[in-house]
Write a protein that binds this ligand. Structure first.
Ligand SMILES: Nc1ncnc2c1ncn2[C@@H]1O[C@H](COP(=O)(O)OP(=O)(O)OP(=O)(O)O)[C@@H](O)[C@H]1O
Length: 593
């Protein structure tokens, strides 16, 4: 927080520190004032009494006026802290390997990391230090007047109360941790009932009530668990709290009866009385802060664990990708003239060769491999297709090849003109993809497309060429996309064309198309496959598709079944084999009559 903005922490720290000295000064002035009033005999001059009263008044005024910037600094620090902790968590999440981002355990850790309040940590910690210093001053004053017995009694009771209360706070926080998965589920139900994605089905199938009932049942069971822990914690606290109150009350009332009390001046007695009552209230504040620090520490530990997760090795290379982006914009200058249908081709940067050797992959927590012993080769400039039944592992293979997942074992080798490209360079810049579950961004059309290559953000003609090349008729780059933000709402197919334009803008050597036509009508689908042929000219590509009529266009087809590569070859070769591909093809062909 100090790095982001210095003045709020500086102001608050200085003020808190000053307050430590103001308190003993006030006590000393009160004592002096009482002593002078007691010693005053008319017609002595009253000046010394007025002077002490004036000093006391000045101190009180300073205390109130001087601390005006404190609430301002606190508000600002709260804002900075919230912003900073959320920025850190978002930034960290964007750098994590995809397998970690998808893992439920990590999602829970992230939820807890987001519960950290940097402001609360600073506020509790600094007030704890201030309270400790002030209590130390009060204790010193009491010891100076020989009041060691009350000091020992109060401190012992305070320690006991702190111990019991911090144990209760820790068990509440542990419950909070334990309930993180069910809290996520609660939010999931609430999200389903309030977001538009599920609204159609909820209304059509009338399962809103069922979701509401599930939500209520889960909520009730969570709050019962919380109530049980809170009740037993509160019961445990009663004893130490009562003890503290009794000791405090007893000491205050016995102050006058203590040995030597009659030798105290009125000022000294007032001073001791004030010190004792102030110490009692200071210690209460200190105990609550110590307990809160224990809770904060547990949350902070989760935050640190999340921030210390190992980054995706690709994340560190994102800064260096600027170079690649600059290269790309040079290549984009080579956009060729329009095609007969008005769309445009983009000059290819030359293909890359891909070789996969004995690749295995297992999802975290899964009992068996999703991909088993995959070996294949896609030569430079080759258009390949992967086909297979649902769940056969096609998308998983694409995620491994694009470097989103790390293989369990096996090798993925990229090369260009016989020269091996180090894995570190392969994904950034050289690869592009249109994913099945592409991102629907509610920003302008310009930003939506330019995310494929940020260097082209202001290059209108490049952005528009990419859109046209992707078969999109949208051209107003400033148009806001997304009805939730008062923009136009593209249809599923139009969204897919925007995602394709984004992928084309990168002008990569190897392009993945993971079911790029799933949302397109037959005419648009035909155009999309023409586009696939056109934009992949001179570069390598891998098309994942269920449409075998489209796979037919590929130079080589890979057939996956239950995570294994069971067949490979050209369309004609695979038909001749009369195997899995042939069976699927005949089935689709018979469907279309
Ligand atoms: N994040 C995940 N965690 C665990 N298992 C997963 C995950 N994603 C996919 N799987 C499993 O891996 C297997 C392959 O899934 P994948 O999405 O790769 O299949 P696919 O061939 O692309 O299917 P489809 O044609 O339906 O898109 C499936 O059994 C699926 O349940």
């Amino acid at each position: 927080m100090f790095r982001v903005e210095r003045w709020p922490i500086t102001v608050l720290s200085v003020m808190l520190f000053l307050a430590v000295f103001i308190m003993p000064a006030e006590l000393w002035l009160v004592k002096t004032l009482v002593d002078r009033i007691q010693a005053w005999i008319t017609p002595d001059p009253i000046d010394s009494i007025l002077a002490a009263a004036a000093w006391l008044a000045a101190l009180l005024i300073m205390n109130n006026i001087g601390f005006v910037p404190v609430p301002l600094a606190m508000t600002r620090l709260n804002e900075i802290g919230t912003l900073e902790e959320q920025r850190l968590v978002m930034h960290k999440t964007s750098r994590l390997p995809l397998t970690l981002v998808e893992a439920p355990r990590i999602k829970e850790l992230r939820e807890r990391a987001l519960q950290v309040s940097l402001y609360a940590i600073y506020d509790t910690g600094s007030h704890f230090m201030q309270g400790s210093l002030q209590s130390a001053v009060l204790i010193i004053v009491m010891l100076a007047y020989g009041q060691w017995l009350p000091v020992v009694a109060i401190c012992a009771a305070a320690l006991l109360q702190t111990y019991v209360m911090s144990k209760s706070a820790a068990s509440l926080e542990r419950l909070n941790r334990k309930q993180t998965p069910s809290s996520r589920l609660l939010r999931h139900y609430a999200g389903l009932m309030t977001k538009r994605e599920a609204a159609k089905e909820i209304r059509l199938f009338c399962f809103g009530q069922l979701l509401a009932a599930r939500w209520s049942a889960l909520y009730r069971s969570q709050s019962k668990e919380k109530w049980d822990i809170a009740r037993s914690s509160e019961l445990r606290k009663i004893g130490p709290e009562l003890l503290m109150v009794l000791i405090g009350g007893l000491l205050v009332s016995l102050l006058v009866l203590q040995p030597g009390a009659n030798k105290l001046t009125a000022g000294e007695f007032t001073l001791l009385f004030m010190v004792l009552t102030m110490l009692l209230s200071q210690l209460q504040g200190l105990i609550h802060r110590a307990v809160s620090m224990r809770t904060q520490y547990m949350r902070w530990a989760d935050f640190r664990t999340y921030m210390n997760l190992e980054d995706d090795p690709r994340a560190g290379r994102q800064e260096t990708s600027k170079v690649v982006k600059d290269d790309t914009s040079v290549v984009m200058d080579r956009i060729s003239e329009g095609n007969a249908d008005g769309s445009r081709s983009i000059a290819a940067p030359g293909g890359m060769k891909l070789e996969v050797r004995k690749l295995h992959y297992r999802y975290p927590g899964a009992v068996c491999d999703t991909l088993k012993d995959i070996s294949l080769s896609i030569p430079s400039g080759c258009r390949a297709a992967v086909v297979g039944e649902n769940g056969s592992g096609k998308s998983t293979l694409v995620k491994l090849l694009t470097g989103m997942y790390m293989p369990g074992c096996g090798e993925i080798i990229w090369s260009r003109e016989g020269e091996r490209i180090p894995a570190a360079d392969s994904a950034e810049g050289h690869l592009s993809a249109v994913f099945q579950d592409f991102t629907r961004l509610y920003v302008t059309l310009r930003e939506n497309v330019a995310l494929g290559n940020l260097a082209a953000m202001d290059q209108d003609s490049e952005l528009q060429n990419s859109l046209r090349a992707a078969g999109s008729r949208l051209s107003d780059l400033e148009m806001q996309i997304g009805s939730p933000f008062d923009g136009i709402e593209p249809s599923g197919g139009q969204w897919q064309q925007i995602a394709t334009a984004r992928a084309l803008l990168r002008n990569a050597s190897f392009v993945f198309f993971d079911e790029p036509t799933a949302a397109l009508d037959p005419l648009a689908e035909k155009k999309a496959f023409d586009l696939f042929l056109r934009v992949t000219e001179g570069r390598s590509a891998l098309l994942v598709t269920h449409r075998l009529g489209a796979a037919k266009l590929a130079d080589v087809i890979f057939v996956l079944k239950d995570g294994r590569l069971v067949e490979q070859g050209t369309h004609n070769e695979l038909i001749a084999q009369q195997g899995e591909y042939s069976r699927m093809f005949q089935l689709q062909a018979s469907w279309y009559g």
